[in-house]
Design a protein around this ligand. Sequence first.
Ligand SMILES: [Zn+2]
Length: 220
Amino acid sequence: MIGTIRKLSSLLSLLELTDSGLFCPPAGIFIDPWRPVERAVITHAHSDHSRWGMKHYLAHHHSAEVMKLRLGQEISLETVDYGQSLDFNGVKISLHPAGHIPGSSQIRLEYKGQVTVVSGDYKVENDGLSTPFEPVKCHEFVSECTFGLPIYKWETQAEIFNQVNSWWRKKRCRRAKFGSFCLFLRQSPTDSPKSGSKRGGGFCPWCCLEYQSGFACKWN
Ligand SMILES: [Zn+2]
């Protein structure tokens, strides 16, 4: 995917690919940088997009708790709502729902009539938990969505959740310990803190955090 971005970078007027990641020179911001920089706009709280060491972070409100849990309570983090526009040296920056996890965002950059949208991971099917994906009109779209490549064919969420539930029920019956499905950053479909069931001796901290933040999915 980065190779694709590298090829695209020569065509994009608002972005450059640097050793630290995607950079918007007029705004002076990086998007999901992989090395410490002055100012980072973060698409979402997963560890391959939200990394340690940035001087200032900007992200959606719903990314805040997980980012602080992972990167430290003391990080300099400004949060915004979807659609709220900020001005960085004449570049309008706003975040729009990506539907991947709570807080996941597409980053819209507008400068002198040119609109570029950069997305991290995104999902177009509504999962009942994240704010659903919204298409954003733009001149250029950059996708860094790991499993968004056409080679991946996904079953429906209902089918996948049924498989997960049947798997963990079998494991629970055998008194086996197993790891949490942390990629979801939430409880699995029928395993909520309310239900009293536990995994591997304790709840996944990410799932508890999401649950305590008021995210309860429709699969409970
Ligand atoms: Zn992700």
